[in-house]
Structures are given as structure tokens and as C-alpha cells.
Ligand binder design. Sequence first.
Ligand SMILES: NC(=O)c1ccc[n+]([C@@H]2O[C@H](COP(=O)([O-])OP(=O)(O)OC[C@H]3O[C@@H](n4cnc5c(N)ncnc54)[C@H](OP(=O)(O)O)[C@@H]3O)[C@@H](O)[C@H]2O)c1
Length: 271
Amino acid sequence: MPVYGIGTWGMGGRMRADPARDDDDIAALRAALELGVRHIDTAEMYGDGHAEELVCEAIQGFDRSRLFIASKALGHHLGRHALIAAAEGSLRRLRTDYLDLYMIHHPSDATPIAETMEAMDELARRGLIRHVGVSNFAPARLAAAQAVSPRKIVANQAHYSVRVREAERTELLRYCQENDVMLVAWQPVEQGSAGDLLNSVAASYDVTPVQAALNWLVSQPNVCAIAGTRRVEHLRENLGALGWRMNSADIELLRSGYHDQADVSEVYPLR
Ligand SMILES: NC(=O)c1ccc[n+]([C@@H]2O[C@H](COP(=O)([O-])OP(=O)(O)OC[C@H]3O[C@@H](n4cnc5c(N)ncnc54)[C@H](OP(=O)(O)O)[C@@H]3O)[C@@H](O)[C@H]2O)c1
């Protein structure tokens, strides 16, 4: 999985399709692809499917086999028939034959997890998805899903940044590192880009605080990051977080320096 991905939340609308900024969104995605970003994170929820249509427009002319496209099924689409229909809907909007990663967007107790994971396996056997993942799963739920899944769960998306440390407090990070699961950090930038300590660590590497905050994530084993941006100067800055590695003393310095920040996501806590 490419360690840095571009997010699409807010593109094409939020919970409803809104075409007002389509041209900007497509341009932002194409700029990312032109700068070498290969991992695109989307979901049927974003813009009620319209984000996936924008991704489809943006990837035209790029070699699909070099892209890593991840999408997610809504929490009320986790029964076998609903999940398969949801995946087919995403593929139709993206006009692609397969997803590189397909995730459960949010946990739900309405459908037995074994049914969902068996449907995921069916999608993979049909070649419609390459890898299975989840999102916002606490470690116990992730372990329970893996226990009944015919396939390896390769990724769990969670709110994780220098400031939001729920993945550490719940030991999700450790679980992912010990079980070869990628922890895909969402909202990695906005919350993690200020503070004297971050500024001084950033200065010692001659990078910006945002670059230090992103590198702090991706320098840790099994962590990658997806950030949203419509501005190419922000994208260039974010890409400057890659290709170098913060040393472990500085990783731990930032970990302990910000340990008293949010230990539960105020956006979407792990469940
Ligand atoms: N699985 C889930 O439940 C879940 C939840 C939330 C998000 N996600 C995914 O994760 C992606 C990222 O999360 P997010 O978009 O909420 O948070 P984010 O990437 O941390 O923040 C996005 C905001 O940060 C700004 N930004 C980006 N780079 C910047 C930089 N270098 N300097 C200053 N500002 C910068 C962007 O503004 P500009 O546009 O002006 O650059 C945008 O307002 C989403 O797009 C979505 O794909 C998943």
C-alpha cells in the first residue's frame, strides 16, 4: 500500500452530491496523480457517491494498474446482498474493474460480522476487490472480524495524528504492528501541525511542522497516512514528508511531548 494517499472526503459534496466544486476537485486529484501520488481514498458515502465519480474523471489517462484505489461500504450495507451491491455501485461510479482495497467504513452491530467478511471474500474471489479492510475498528473488534474472516484483513483506518492518540491508548497501533495490519491514519494533518515541540523537531530536520507531523506517522512501522487537500502547494508540502525517516528518539520525543492531547477522536471514536 503506498504510504501516502490523497483523501476525497468533501470532494463532490459531503453527505450529498454537490457539483459546485467539481472542476477544482478533479484538478486537485489530477495534480496529485501528476506528482506521483498513487493511493486514492474514497467511499460511497462521500458526496453520496459523487466523490467516486470525480475520482473516475481524474484518473482518466493514468495507468490503472499503477494506482491503488480504496473505497468503503456504508455501515448499513454490510449484509451479503447489500455489500455486493455497494461494491458494484462503487465500481460502476469509478468505471474500474476492481478496487485495490475495500473497507467497512464504520462498525455496525446490525449484521453479523461473519456474514460481512464472507461477502468480502466472495467479492475478492470474483476479482472485484484485491484486499479487505475495515475502518474505525477498535482492536477487539478487529481481532473478532479477523477470527471469522476467510481472508486477511490488511488495513484499518483510524483517526491518528500527533494530537489524536486513541490508536495508541487502545493499543490498536500495537495490534496492527504485531499482526501485520496497516493502520491508515485519517485526518493526519490538520490536527497535528502546531506546537512548539513539533516546530523545533521540524526545524532540526529543516522541514515544516506539517511535514514533521506526517513523517512522524509514516516513520512508524505499519502506519500510512491519507490527507485531503485541494491546494497544490499543500500537496507539495505533504509530499515533502516522504523519502526520509525521523529517528526513533524524535518519534518518542513527540509521542511523549503530546501525550496529553486528545486520546479519543472527537470526530469518530474507535468502536
Ligand atoms: N475512515 C474514516 O472514517 C475517515 C474519516 C475521515 C477522513 N477519512 C479519509 O481521510 C482523508 C483525510 O482526512 P481529512 O481530509 O478529514 O483530514 P486532513 O487530511 O488531516 O485535513 C484536511 C484539511 O487539511 C488541510 N491541509 C492539507 N494539507 C495541508 C497543509 N500542508 N497545510 C495546511 N493545511 C493542509 C486541507 O486544506 P486545503 O484543501 O486548503 O489544502 C483540508 O482542510 C479524507 O479525505 C478521507 O478520505 C476517513
